[in-house]
Design a protein around this ligand. Sequence first.
Ligand code: NDP
Ligand code: GDR
Length: 335
Amino acid sequence: MTAKRALVTGITGQDGLYLAELLLAKGYEVFGLVRGQNNPKRELLESLLPQVQVLTGDLLDLSSLMRAFAVARPDEVYNLGAVSFVAYSWENARLTTDVTGGGVLNMLESTRLSQDLQGKEIRFYQASSSEMFGKVQEVPQRESTLLWPRSPYGVAKVYGHYMTINYRESYSMHASSGILFNHESPRRGPEFVTRKVSQAVARIHYGLQDSLALGNLDARRDWGFAGDYVDAMYRMLQQDTADDYVIATGETHSIRELLDVAFDEIGVTDWERYVGVDPRFMRPAEVDLLIGDATKARDDLGWRPTVDFDQLIRMMVRNDLERQAPVAARLKDAG
Ligand code: NDP
Ligand code: GDR
């Protein structure tokens, strides 16, 4: 049997790397879209996963996407590329709208046209987000919960989500949307709160930094492990029928609880002496409470999370302790 072919956008991001590993392990030929003429993350991708075939392209550039589809001739497409940092989306609202929202349309249209050209079905996955729920309308949030986004990022994701549904309904495409709640890992970008905390805790442990400035400590999120969540993406595209699924742990925790666990890993119980609140990290509008109901994914996809909040945060702190150890050793040697 010939290997299935997958095209992944956002392959240099946290989820892209985990998904590429999963697909390669399943025997897929994986093609990854990388943007920019000199993207430093390309090197990292190529050293980590040399089997991935890199294609250059940008979600803003339909011609580059059509070219990537012509080369990859994919059976499955995972659209993970996005401007994904919510705080940044207020300062770069147009760019976020174009990439995170408009990029989905470019990908759907490329999929539709390539499907006609290739004469075979192409299954499509859209990386939708719990940020679409925004202002709390229902607890826990499920597929039918009213969407009320609270950031330019959230609004752009709603556009992509409905466009995916629209292509499914208009053209009978196998287009699924995963409404994923926050998921983290040692590969999480340091701008996101879990990694910002795990990195700072490790540096505080080694005396490399003595304080940590954060924003809203009362926000609550449903945090899971990225490795589990990419498996849900894959499972969605193996279904006979495309659909939308909430992917979440069903547990919610505050930033304060995150700090409790992260500092506990280095034996510190009074983290208040290190942590300060800085208004620069407060958002113009906040999503106060996210907690997801993934019953549909459990029943239809057989998916469930394998890593809980405590394990996840400790995994991240331990990884940052390892990463910071050589820095601390160099500093000690120097003086
Ligand atoms: P990351 O921020 O780690 O990765 C984003 C990826 O998008 C990077 O590979 C980035 O490339 C790429 N990208 C950005 N702009 C463009 C562009 N113009 N053209 C092509 N590619 C582009 O995100 P995650 O891996 O965490 O998330 C993956 C997807 O899932 C995103 O769409 C995100 O919005 C969504 N999501 C994430 C959740 C989470 O908790 N992680 C939850 C719900 C949804 P480069 O490396 O060059 O910057
Ligand atoms: P989020 O993740 O906005 O939920 O989006 P992030 O980790 O940035 O924020 C989570 C919560 O923590 C609060 N917070 C801080 N956040 C950051 N980044 N830095 C701080 O200093 C800080 N202090 C408090 C935030 O206000 C917020 O309430 C992530 C992204 O991966 C999106 O792409 C994805 O769609 C959603 O998760 C689901």
